[in-house]
Design a protein around this ligand. Structure first.
Ligand code: ADP
Ligand code: ZN
Ligand code: ZN
Length: 803
């Protein structure tokens, strides 16, 4: 084939289609669909994905591909097609769809450089410019910016002395180690020994090592073991006695851990009933979606493991998705323990290089199971036998940037292609999924009780208003305080859960109520105790807390609310004997920190684990007997139709952390709205009742799962522009949809300004709109030109964040 169709890395409407390029002779047999290539595009050289090879093109005068970027395709045929589907279903550019499927390390980075024009010599440039150029006649754009010589460069460029080029960097280095082995057979080694002069004692020692251990060894280890230097080893390499080679190693983040091998447990009757249909689906190559509904501890994971086992025995592969924050070492161990080295792990805690290594194991068929967060759904397997999504209700399965996909939808699409089952597991299924199970679109499989019929923890709901009325101004109710104290005495552990980092710790004037907002965004600044600064979580603005209120000049200005840091400080006052581990975004930022803190807690080095969302999942320590939720309702008041659902799910999840083993567990939920059904029903852990209540609310207000949603957000620096564009869009949508469809807006977004850009939105609620996709595309096309000039129109089909 002579011609390759290429999707180029230029995310615009005009370039959102394959461009044809000639394949130069030297690359004829090399270039294949699914490979990345460098191609000329206008004056630049850019990256692209080959989607197809062909012999003819409708275009004349094709340009040539410069070079391939891969030695083998990075996307298989199925993934190339999935890219088209993603583009259709999320209204994104194809290039974004393909890039989303690859580990970050493979995403192209371009380096802008300024280069001498072909006939120009360095000395032709005026001083001091020659000084800044590298030997190859280039200077990096970033360096030029830093050195402040851009205007000078511009003048020279205008004279034709310089040009701007783009270089693709990011051909990722694989990690290499040096290995040493004997080059001669053993008897000859012994003979060589005699040849080495006595004064070269070190060389003799190295040689003796290889006579005693005739094998390959890593250079570093050899040097460490023998306390010798590289030059000694080099001497033997030069004499052709030893041989050195570079070996590629995988950066395995788990390499130093051992996994205790586990085996399939005999299933309980309930488990057998649940796994039967899944195994059938695997055996008969039947695509089906199952909703595995069972409380935490009911044995869902064991069902996943045994279903995967079945797939592996048939030579098929498995993808397991777990929410990022639940991807704890404990979770990973359960899969590695069962399937050992056949498991690759992909989560954001890994460095880009580590992720790339895990991904290559999949590409090379060295593993058959991948356990990972959302993007692992794109694992380049070619013979999928099952896709499992644990905690399927988690909103983190929806990606918020382009492509705005939901992993559940991608899973179902891929499973259709491979005729294999999808298993969605949860103790608190999303309303969408449970409704589909009710309508038999999904098949419902239930695990009605915890293993060994262990009781669920008892839950007590505390009305914090009542506490206040009785004179308790602390953030701890008397009951929670007593129980915390009790656990410390009994040497048992407690978990304290706080919703969201800092979110409520704003700075307010006690006299006039003035709240300090970000000057760029219409949102309050968050107080950070460690740096004693206020920060904006949207634009990064930082400032010190003023000594006086800017409004009324009162000095009673201070921070409010309960960030984790504040809780920690208060605990220190009222329970000075308590040993506390705090886990939030601030303490777990560094790589491996998350794991280390959990390990410390597991080892009993603390009495109380205090944290945000990230401790709500996956924790399974036998000594935890008390879980306290400090403020159950912080989430209830967000402008989000899912806030009740999220509150219920979170409270249920957190409660599940207590008493998972022999010791019975207790849960205390503190709240200002104990009468709200999501709090009340989380107290009795009654999902079915919650489902019915919430479905009524959704029906009345025309929300999913009764209606589909699409959110259009418009932003620009000029308020007038935003309002008028949003108005036009809303009007256009109204003119194109049926009477049954509701179009809300234009209205200001719940966060009306971010980073000095005003934001307006339009929300579409519909049951059936065959042509909506086309309508939305027309809108994007219409504003394409303005988007280059600072207007932003983003469309989210099935949004999870309505702010
Ligand atoms: P879930 O995933 O629903 O939280 P798990 O699969 O983790 O539940 O099971 C809870 C506990 O019960 C685990 O410690 C697990 O090893 C154990 N378990 C699960 N299935 C069985 C079984 N069939 N026999 C004995 N123990 C089991
Ligand atoms: Zn004031
Ligand atoms: Zn801001």
């Amino acid at each position: 084939m002579k011609i390759a169709s290429v999707i180029v890395d230029v995310p615009t409407k005009q370039t959102d289609k394959p461009f044809d390029y000639l394949i130069p002779d030297q690359w004829k047999d090399t270039i294949q669909p699914g490979m990345r290539v460098i191609v000329p595009f206008g004056p630049r050289k850019i990256q692209g994905f080959v989607t197809e090879l062909k012999n003819q093109s409708e275009f004349k005068q094709l340009r040539e591909i410069c070079e391939p970027m891969d030695l083998e395709p990075v996307l298989n045929k199925e993934l190339l097609e999935l890219g088209n589907w993603l583009t259709e279903h999320t209204l994104c550019f194809k290039i974004f769809a393909y890039q989303a499927m690859l580990p970050a390390a493979l995403k192209a980075k371009y380096q802008k450089k300024v280069k001498l024009a072909s006939r120009t010599k360095l000395n032709d440039l005026p001083e001091p410019l020659p000084l800044f150029f590298h030997q190859d006649g280039t200077i990096h754009w970033d360096e030029a910016l830093k050195s402040g010589i851009v205007p000078k460069l511009q003048r020279e460029a205008a004279k034709g002395h310089l040009e701007v080029i783009y270089e693709v960097k990011g051909k990722l280095k694989k990690k290499q180690i040096k290995m040493i082995r004997p080059l001669l057979p053993l008897p000859e080694l012994t003979a060589e020994m005699a040849q080495i002069p006595a004064r070269a004692a070190k060389q003799k020692e190295v040689l003796r090592y290889f006579i005693e251990n005739y094998r390959e060894i890593e250079l570093k280890q050899l040097l460490d073991d023998l306390h010798t230097t590289k030059s000694t080893v080099n001497a033997l390499i030069e004499k052709k006695i030893l041989f050195e080679r570079d070996a590629e190693v995988y950066r395995d983040p788990f390499e130093h851990r051992t996994f205790e091998r586990t085996f399939s447990l005999p299933l309980t009757e309930h488990q057998q009933k649940a796994i039967g249909p899944i195994l059938n689906s695997i055996n008969e190559d039947q695509h089906e979606v199952f909703l595995l509904y069972g409380v935490t501890g009911s044995g869902k994971t064991e069902i996943y493991l045994q279903s995967i086992q079945d797939c592996l025995e048939k030579g098929k592969e498995a993808i397991v998705l777990v929410p990022e924050i639940a991807l704890t070492p404990q979770m990973v161990n359960r899969f590695k323990g069962r399937f050992g080295n056949l498991v690759a792990v992909m989560h954001s805690g890994l460095s880009a290089g580590e992720k790339y290594d895990e991904w290559r194991k999949i590409l090379r068929r060295e593993v058959s199971v991948v356990v990972g967060a959302r993007s692992a759904i794109f694992a380049p397997f070619e013979n999928l036998g099952i896709i499992i999504i644990d905690e399927e209700h988690e909103t983190s399965y929806k990606q918020e940037d382009m492509p705005r996909y939901h992993a559940r939808d991608v899973a179902i699409k891929r499973a259709e292609t491979y005729n294999c089952p999808v298993v969605l597991g949860s103790a608190t299924p999303s309303l969408e999924s449970f409704a589909r199970a009710q309508k038999r679109v999904y098949k419902l499989l239930s695990l009605p009780s915890r293993m060994n019929n262990q009781a669920l923890p008892s839950v007590e709901i505390i009305d914090m208003r009542e506490e206040l009325r009785e004179g308790n101004r602390s953030m701890f109710s008397r009951s929670l305080f007593d129980k915390l104290k009790d656990r410390i005495e009994k040497k048992q552990q407690s978990v304290l859960f706080l919703n969201k980092r800092g979110h409520s710790s704003f700075v307010m004037c006690r006299d006039c109520g003035y709240v300090i907002n970000c000057p760029n965004c219409d949102i309050s600044l968050t107080y950070h105790r460690a740096s004693e600064q206020m920060k904006c979580h949207y634009c990064g603005y930082e400032s010190y807390v003023p000594k006086q209120c800017p409004e009324c000049l009162s000095e009673h200005i201070r921070y409010f609310g309960t960030g984790t840091q504040k809780v920690e400080a208060e605990l220190g006052k009222i329970l000075p004997e308590a040993r506390i581990i705090r886990m939030d975004v601030d303490t777990t930022g560094r790589k491996g920190a998350h794991e280390k803190l959990l390990q410390e807690f597991q080892d009993g080095k603390a009495d109380i684990l205090l944290g945000t969302q990230m401790i709500a999942k996956g924790l399974d320590f036998p000594n935890i007997t008390l879980v306290g939720v400090l403020s159950a309702d912080t989430m209830l008041h967000l402008p989000d139709f899912r806030s009740s659902e999220k509150t219920f799910q979170l409270l249920t999840q957190v409660s599940g952390r207590a008493g998972r083993h022999k010791l019975p567990g207790e849960v205390i939920i503190q709240t200002y709205t104990p009468e709200h059904y999501s709090v009340e029903l989380a107290g009795t852990q009654d999902y079915d009742l919650f489902y019915n209540r919430e479905m009524m609310v959704r029906k009345v207000h025309h929300y999913p799962p009764f209606y589909y949603l699409t959110l259009i957000t418009v932003s620009h620096e000029q308020l007038m522009t935003v309002v008028s564009v949003t108005e036009k869009i809303a009007g256009y949508v109204r003119s194109r949809v049926s009477n049954e469809t509701v179009v809300l807006g234009p209205t200001a977004s719940p966060i009306p300004r971010i980073n000095n850009r005003y934001r307006y939105q339009c929300l579409i609620k519909y049951k059936r709109e065959k042509d909506l996709s086309r309508t939305l595309k027309t809108i994007l096309d219409q504003y394409q030109k303005d988007m280059a000039h600072g207007l932003q129109v983003s469309i989210d089909l099935n949004p999870f964040i309505l702010m």
